[in-house]
Design a protein around this ligand. Sequence first.
Ligand code: CU
Length: 127
Amino acid sequence: MRKSMLLLGALLITMIALVLCEAAGPSLSGEVIDGIRVVKVTAMQYKFNPDPVIVKKGEKVRLVVTSADVEHGLSITEFNVAVVIPALKTVTVEFTPDKAGTFRIFCSVYCGSGHSMMQGKLIVNEN
Ligand SMILES: [Cu+2]
């Protein structure tokens, strides 16, 4: 009797924990400053960090992109984002994602042998 109660309790706690995790979902990138989601992104041979960048549909996004090495590009075709980041410089670009889904972030400036593999993901969550 006592043992089954303990088991039931453990099961209940597990279920509550699972529900809480589900509700939290994957956390959004960056922080909201004056209503704009500001996300710092580093471009480097041959990746973007963070990857994925997770934002919310309808919320304005500001990407503050810094190149850690050579000149790179950051493009997201679906949201008309296309910037060039000079070597070791920082460039800012803003857009408001108007559709949810997963989109490709890619480097648009030839930056070395791994250039064609330099891509990341933008995940836009439904509100
Ligand atoms: Cu490149």
